[in-house]
Design a protein around this ligand. Structure first.
Ligand code: G3I
Length: 404
């Protein structure tokens, strides 16, 4: 047993030192409505600032974590199917054992919070000269740099998340003089601010990290939970319902040719929402300004995998779009045997994903929304693949089994 542990430690150390090679793989009645965000500069799951971890050899591995180096590697099992991603936080980046596991398992990186507008817009600088910055709001790329440096160093490909969203985008960004007390600006000013935000982010990331970001969620969650477009959105309120088309027009104008432009939403598999999304995206497809559809997939054990598979096929057949599963997590139910049901559903979903590929559907990326159950935004729902001590859950084994 001792020799085995030593071998596991040595291989873990080699992975840590070598970084995470990414192979050249190609490529809900969902959970409750996602929480409305507040400022998200740190991702600490407990809300505390994540302390950068001191470099420590695997032999000093924190005893609260089990060894993970000998787990099957999801990115390798699915390398001929799609990129396999994880939502990554500063806590994960700064904790060696977390970092080691994400590097071992995944080859696609999505910043859980640190590449969102609230983490990038610079109100302090904007307030220093509101007239100068009225149409071109200053940005602070330090959070994005932390993400992209890590992804580059460890060989991940990156999904950019997200440019235009009603949440985690500060209200001052829509206001005269960048202060709520002054009320919102007019449509034309907001369109300039939108265009310049998209231009600056796409140009800065391409200049500093060319080829690292393979897709951007240009617009996130623009369709309502009931019917039509989401009206409780500063973008909808100030610009109007064509804000989605304008966002994609600007993104196409400034994105490098190798960056795919996605629309991203939750409950996107449900027939009513799917119909509204397809109706909204059709003119954007016709204009050539969108490449893909992101289905977040914050779902539960109620999900019918056949309905899910039908929805994915529908987006492809009707819009001709590439498909990403962008934020997958499967919340438990109240049944005694939820863990077995969760394992079986993860297995059925990944079996369906492989079947879709075999049927010619361009499903090119699947991302789980976090690493361990304790880190998940779905507190207490045990929705992810690893326990808090990094031991693998039956959910993980279900995905391994689906790989065949
Ligand atoms: O950064 C602050 C920190 O300074 C403070 O101490 C702490 C305690 O208040 O809060 C921290 O911000 C939190 C942030 O996550 C970073 O941890 C916010 O309160 C919290 O609301 C935010 O939640 C995020 C949520 O989006 C906000 O909408 C979740 O982590 C994130 O997983 C979730 O992700 C969204 C996707 O982007 C879009 N799809 C839905 C999905 C789930 O809501």
């Amino acid at each position: 047993m001792k020799k085995y542990r030593l071998l596991a430690m040595l291989s873990a150390a080699m992975i840590l030192l070598a970084g995470c090679g990414s192979d050249d793989s190609s490529s809900s009645a969902e959970a409750d409505k996602p929480a409305d965000g507040t400022s998200a500069v740190t991702d600490a799951s407990d809300g505390s600032e994540a302390e950068p971890a001191k470099d420590k050899p695997a032999s000093e591995r924190n005893s609260k974590f089990v060894e993970t180096a000998d787990y099957p590697k999801l990115k390798e099992l699915y390398k001929d199917d799609f990129k396999f991603g994880c939502a990554i936080s500063t806590t994960i980046q700064n904790t060696p054992e977390y970092s080691e596991l994400v590097c071992e398992q995944f080859n696609s990186y999505t910043a859980e919070n640190a590449m969102k507008p609230e983490a990038t817009l610079d109100q302090k600088e904007a307030l220093s000269d509101p007239d100068k910055y009225n149409e071109h709001v200053p940005l602070n790329f330090s959070n994005m740099k932390t993400c992209l440096d890590y992804a580059q160093e460890h060989g991940f490909a990156v999904r950019g998340h997200t440019l235009v969203w009603h949440s985690q985008t500060p209200e001052w960004f829509f206001c005269v003089g960048f202060q709520k007390k002054n009320g919102t600006v007019d449509r034309d000013t907001m369109l300039k601010r939108m265009e310049n935000y998209i231009k600056d982010v796409l140009e800065w990331t391409n200049e500093n990290y060319p080829g690292l970001i393979y897709a951007w969620d240009v617009v996130n969650e623009a369709i309502s939970d009931s019917k039509g477009m989401r009206k409780e959105s500063k973008w909808y309120e100030v610009v109007g319902e064509d804000f989605v088309q304008k966002a994609f027009e600007y993104a196409r104008k400034y994105a490098a040719a190798d960056v795919k432009l996605f629309y991203n939403d939750y409950n996107a598999y449900q027939s009513r929402k799917r119909k509204d999304i397809i109706e909204m995206l059709q003119p954007i497809v016709d204009a050539g300004n969108i490449d893909g559809m992101g289905l977040q997939s914050h779902v539960g054990l109620y999900l019918n995998p056949i309905e899910f598979k039908t929805a994915i096929k529908d987006y492809y057949k009707k819009l001709g779009l590439e498909i990403h599963i962008t934020e997958l997590d499967l919340g438990k139910d109240k049944s005694e045997d939820w863990e077995t049901k969760q394992e079986e559903l993860y297995k059925k979903l990944f079996t369906a994903f492989k079947e879709l590929k075999a049927d010619g559907v361009p499903l090119t990326s699947v991302t789980v929304w976090g690493l361990t159950d304790g880190m998940s935004w779905r507190k207490g729902e045990n929705a992810l693949l690893f326990n808090d001590d990094l031991s693998r859950k039956p959910a993980f084994d279900g995905i391994v089994a689906a790989a065949g």
